[in-house]
Design a protein around this ligand. Structure first.
Ligand SMILES: Cc1cc2nc3c(=O)[nH]c(=O)nc-3n(C[C@H](O)[C@H](O)[C@H](O)COP(=O)(O)O)c2cc1C
Length: 242
């Protein structure tokens, strides 16, 4: 019987079938996040009591939320959600430690935000610069949210949310240490980030829904990614609960 693509991938990414990784070969390490030019927009610190709720309550209350109230989030709330999903706690030359775990502390994601309704920020596509806890405005045009919805196979929640998160995987940042096996770890890491978003959103009367049903080519094109190295891995719209 022919082996499926999935079987071939699982076989090829077993430790015993891998060659030497770039790290083992001593090649220079990639940067801790994908470089991004552009004016930094500082994010405010959230109030210290934001999100204080018993974990057991939050875990039990969490549901996927696909309909949102037509109310904006504040920049403090956005700042809080970004901190909870990718916030950098310590940084050295080689790695960062963040609010989520990551295989080998590679933290190989860049976070993109389709902002529709955040107080104080004009609508458009932004990138979160985790190392500076700041945003960079990338672009906006009338078709942006339509294209986002189409890229998500017509799922309206992504264009009706106050903000839609898109985590973009940097293959080399992960493969540097783990080779082909790193592809497995990227997908595991994405789950951690999104779960933290679910839980953090819940504590501020806000909801999210994981979205993996999207057209890869359309999403990567919308984000203008270099697909030789980067791809959109996971999407999550966020809005106030209706
Ligand atoms: C990997 C993954 C992909 C998902 N993709 C979508 C999606 O594209 N669209 C959607 O409406 N829900 C999506 N969901 C949400 C699930 O449908 C949801 O978690 C499930 O129905 C259980 O409901 P609950 O999260 O409220 O417990 C996804 C969830 C996961 C974990």
């Amino acid at each position: 019987m022919n082996k499926s693509f999935a079987h071939l991938f699982l076989e090829g990414s077993k430790y015993q079938n891998m060659g030497k990784t770039d790290q083992q070969l001593g090649t220079p390490a990639p940067p801790l996040e994908t470089p991004c030019d552009g004016k930094r927009i500082a994010l405010p610190s959230p109030p210290s009591d934001m999100g204080r709720q018993a974990l057991v309550e939050v875990v039990h209350q969490r549901r996927s939320v696909r309909r949102y109230a037509d109310r904006p989030l504040t920049t403090q709330e956005l700042s809080y959600l970004l901190d909870m999903t990718q916030g950098v706690q310590t940084q050295s030359e080689r790695h960062t430690l963040r609010t989520v775990p990551s295989a080998g502390a590679r933290h190989a994601f860049d976070t993109y935000l389709f902002i529709r309704s955040i107080e104080g920020l004009s609508p458009g596509l932004y990138r979160y610069i985790a190392l500076e806890h700041a945003l960079v405005f990338i672009n906006h045009n009338d078709a942006l949210f339509n294209r986002l919805e189409q890229a998500c196979l017509g799922q309206k929640m992504v264009s009706r949310a106050a903000v839609t998160f898109v985590w973009v995987a940097d293959m080399h940042r992960m493969a540097y240490r783990y080779g082909e096996r790193g592809m497995r770890y990227l997908h595991l890491d994405a789950g951690h980030a999104c779960q933290n978003l679910y839980l953090a959103a819940e504590t501020i009367a806000t909801g999210t829904c994981a979205v993996a049903a999207f057209d890869d080519d359309a999403m990567n094109a919308l984000l203008d990614l270099n697909v030789a190295t980067h791809f959109a891995i996971y999407v999550a719209p966020v809005g106030k609960k209706a």
